[in-house]
Design a binder for this molecule. Structure first.
Ligand code: MSP
Length: 504
């Protein structure tokens, strides 16, 4: 059996999940379901990055004690992910005991091997990005060089623990030259390789006298840098070191936004090399969801557009499925993607309501009305096989190349094709020719079962809704063996959206 391990970044719970964080999580869920459906043994993990100072400060500002606050936020994240049909195998929290133990183990091991050492640090630190900045990067105004942040930096002058990142420059370059497919897309690969070529400097991996976070095991005045702690979640979550599920680790896919690819493609692989562990199989960076004016969406900017929390907690399932579909089909994966409610409505109406939804509704209605709801397989099919095989091939190759928009095109092409067959064959004129009508409707329903199976990774709720209307309880059914199908009931899959009021 093939194994695959799929991860999202662990999110800072200093704010509610928004559409940007939902984007990463929906992609990861799509891939996890896709591989599960293809009989892989999948382990899909997401979770929260709780040891950050930002999280602590947010709790302080809200006058809630931090453990209570992070518990509440973990529940909120889980609730939102559940509503979005995110079917993770594990939700990791960096305050979990097993994770803390692994982080301590890793820190100790790196220290024993000489990859972590103590030295004096003097430099700039951005609390918001949890990032140390070298003097060369910081301009006179002393604000964070991260364009998205630009908050005032603090000067840090303290003895500190350093990770010997410089020792991995050549090894990393060699690895990436030999395994260029590790980083997706190619543009990010180029960015990472040129970043490494510019020279890697050792990085500070502790903070002194910081209240919140995991302490350096042998020097309790210090707290372990949140990124070292956070990145370690990818192995602590699958049991490293004592119960390490290595079969997953050998085929690990990390999915994240482009903003944090350097942590994942430079620091993390170096730590793994220092621990003598395999590097991730894939480091997949998507672009940002932006406002129509191309501003990165965050909680403060444009995050209220969908108001994810309100949307997923209060809207019907077909709209939530619509959002999953929209996030996967829009734009080109890897690039920034402008999103808006208007565009969502357009895509939903034209591709889901008027295409897939309408197809299913027409075919089921005609079968109910003119064939007493039952179709029989009495002869060979005439059109579905060639097209469906091509659709599967196109769908699978685009998913495996992370061209999700193309994958959605394949689904829509198939629905278009079946809708066209209805127009060409005019089943409403065959009411008195039951044999021809039965033949046509069986083939169309067969096509619909096919669509239900194919859309499962993106629209799981709709997939089971279609199969349920046809009395099929098992997604893995082999449709080839069906010789009779009964339409049990008919319910609109995607009611048309008439105005913004239907969405907000
Ligand atoms: N805690 C770190 C990650 C540690 S992973 C070992 C972190 N957390 S975060 O809460 O800031 O989430 C960052 C992730 O959220 C991004 O990498 C990206 O996956 C997602 N996004 C946040 N805003 C986004 C957009 N506007 N668009 C797309 N994705 C966005 O960084």
């Amino acid at each position: 059996m093939k194994h695959i391990y799929i991860t999202t970044p662990i999110y800072y719970p200093n704010s509610d999940p928004h559409i940007g964080t939902a984007y990463t999580t929906c992609i990861a869920d799509f891939l996890a379901r896709y591989y599960k459906q293809r009989n892989y043994d999948v382990f899909f993990m997401t979770g929260n990055d709780e040891n950050s100072i930002k999280v602590y400060e947010t709790a302080q500002n809200l006058k809630i004690d931090t453990p209570t606050y992070i518990n509440q936020m973990a529940e909120l994240f889980k609730q939102i992910w559940q509503k979005l049909s995110i079917e993770y195998d594990k939700f990791i929290r960096t305050t979990d005991d097993y994770h803390i133990k692994t982080v301590e183990f890793v820190f100790n091991k790196l220290y024993e091997k000489g990859y972590i050492y103590k030295s004096h640090y003097e430099g700039w630190y951005c609390k918001s990005c949890e990032t140390f900045w070298t003097k060369t990067k910081v301009s006179e105004n002393r604000i964070c060089p991260n364009i998205e942040c630009q908050k005032p930096l603090e000067i840090v002058k303290e003895d500190n623990y350093f990770f010997r990142l410089s020792a991995f420059q050549e090894k990393l370059l060699k690895f990436y030259e030999q395994n260029p497919e590790t980083i997706f897309p190619k543009s990010r690969y180029n960015e990472i390789v040129s970043f490494i070529k510019m020279g890697l400097q050792d990085i500070s991996v502790s903070r002194k006298n910081v209240e919140w976070g995991i302490k350096v095991p042998f020097d309790k005045e210090y707290t372990i840098y949140v990124w070292i702690d956070a990145l370690t979640n990818y192995i602590s979550g699958i049991g490293y070191p004592d119960n390490f599920l290595e079969h997953y680790w050998h085929n690990s896919y990390h999915i994240m936004g482009k903003d944090i690819i350097r942590f994942h493609a430079v620091i993390w692989p170096s730590i793994l090399m220092a621990l003598d562990l395999n590097l991730p199989k894939k480091i997949i960076a998507h672009g940002w969801l932006t406002t129509p004016e191309n501003q990165k969406i965050s909680k403060s900017k444009g995050g209220d557009m969908f108001n994810l929390k309100n949307f997923v907690l209060n809207k019907p399932n077909y709209l939530i499925m619509g959002l999953r579909y929209y996030l996967l089909r829009e734009g080109s994966f890897g690039e920034d993607i402008p999103v808006s409610l208007e565009r969502f409505q357009q895509v939903y109406n034209s591709e889901l309501a008027n295409n897939i939804g309408n197809l299913v509704s027409r075919v089921l209605a005609l079968t109910q009305k003119n064939l007493d709801s039952i179709v029989y397989k009495k002869s060979e099919f005439s059109f579905i096989h060639n097209f469906s095989q091509k659709t599967i091939n196109d769908f699978e190759s685009s998913v495996e190349n992370f061209e999700f928009s193309k994958s959605m095109d394949s689904l829509i092409d198939l629905a278009n094709f079946l809708n066209k067959k209805i127009e060409e064959n005019r089943p409403w004129e065959l009411a008195n020719d039951k044999e021809s009508l039965n033949k046509l409707m069986f083939e169309l329903i067969y096509g619909i079962i096919f669509i239900a199976k194919l859309i499962y990774p993106v629209l799981p709720y709709i997939s089971s809704k279609i199969l349920d209307q046809l009395g099929i309880g098992d997604l893995n059914i082999d449709e080839k063996v069906l010789d009779k199908i009964e339409v049990r009931y008919r319910e609109s899959l995607f009611p048309v959206l008439r105005s913004n009021a239907d969405m907000v």
